[in-house]
Design a protein around this ligand. Structure first.
Ligand SMILES: [Fe+2]
Length: 352
């Protein structure tokens, strides 16, 4: 049965694929973040890392799409996958709506898979919901025990963002709209001291695939800096959920994962911004966790961002307590803290 509200039967992100000229560093970063190697591709140098219900692939192939992508972008996210009810018909629909076909054989899932061209030349794979993608991959012995030992409580890939070139916001919102029926959620207009960005949150009909799109307003903002460093448009951050952000963040800190700092004064305003939040303010402050929303209809969310980890790509740790937003109030705070860092580094100049 086809659900008219979700005709392609979208069912969440299946995986995000990374590649790097220094894959060992990337592998140890995944492990530091609580992932473990679970499966290896039978013929390709691709490893599946798992934590909770999150799948990250690490592609070390010497040739093919990921190799080309890595040559162009350095450490980068070379692909991602959506789960759909029927990959062939979702693929046909995408092509009919203007998607660009790519060489399946050059991609991780190989001949017979259904990739289309995604952001910045990455591959966007359409895979069968409910099927075991790794059924014929080699299992890493003892990975389940290792996963139990190493996890930090991360569970779901909640959303991932794209940084797009100036003037390309509509290209990408209509790409996801036409091909997959995504709708526009929140629009943000963020202003810093000297730079700014627009952000358009897109949500798929399954309500599980969420992709905020960021576009710079000027030539020096952090979005433009990303595009320069990354040598193109791409995935800026991946947000991973936890049921206990305090525990997750404390474990990550103990392992040396570097998290973005927040100005001290942020915490003086928390009780006023989110009255009755019921969180341990001292522990929040000690860990530099951000809070947003309200205790009423909207609900609360807690979040924190890592420093750049895979080239300019970083991760977000998020705990949703009813709130389905992206931390509207924190968006501005985060933008300002990165801009402050850009000003310190001399990338952004502020008129005296
Ligand atoms: Fe986010």
């Amino acid at each position: 049965m086809t659900d008219p509200a979700n005709p392609l039967g979208l069912a969440g992100f299946a995986f995000c694929e990374f590649t790097s000229p220094d894959p060992d560093t990337l592998a140890s970063q995944f492990e530091q973040m609580g992932f473990v190697a679970a499966h290896r591709h039978p013929t390709k140098q691709v490893t599946r890392y798992v934590q909770g219900r999150i799948n990250l692939l690490l592609n070390r192939e010497p040739t093919g799409q990921a190799a080309d992508f890595r040559a162009l972008h350095g450490p980068s996210a070379s692909g991602m996958a959506f789960r759909v009810a029927d990959p062939q018909s979702a693929y046909d629909h995408a092509l009919a709506e203007g998607a660009t076909a790519v060489d399946a054989a050059a991609g991780t899932l190989g001949e017979g898979s259904f990739p289309i061209e995604g952001i910045g030349g990455s591959y966007l794979y359409l895979v069968k919901a409910g099927a075991d993608l790794y059924a014929d991959w080699e299992e890493v012995p003892g990975w389940r025990e290792a996963a139990e030992q190493n996890n930090v409580g991360l569970d779901i890939l909640d959303h991932l963002t794209h940084n797009v070139r100036r003037g390309e916001m509509r290209t990408w919102s209509s790409f996801y709209g036409r091909l997959f029926g995504f709708e526009e959620q929140k629009f943000f207009d963020i202003k810093g001291k000297a730079t700014g960005l627009f952000s358009q949150a897109m949500i798929a009909p399954d309500l599980a695939i969420r992709i905020p799109l960021n576009e710079s307003k000027d030539e020096t903002s952090q979005i433009e800096e990303f595009i320069r460093e990354y040598n193109g448009e791409g995935i800026q951050h991946l947000a991973l959920t936890t049921d206990d952000i305090f525990e997750t963040v404390e474990k990550l800190r103990a392992r040396g994962v570097r998290l973005q700092d927040t100005i001290e004064t942020y915490y003086e305003l928390v009780d006023k911004r989110v009255p009755g939040h019921g969180e341990d303010l001292e522990r929040l402050k000690r860990n530099r966790i951000l809070i947003d929303g309200n205790v009423g209809d909207e609900g609360i969310l807690l979040q924190i961002f890592t420093e750049n980890m895979v080239g300019p790509i970083f991760f977000e740790i998020i705990q949703r307590k009813g709130n389905q937003g992206f931390g509207n109030g924190n968006f501005q705070a985060l933008f300002e803290s990165i801009e402050l860092d850009q000003i310190r580094r001399g990338v952004v100049k502020v008129e005296a």
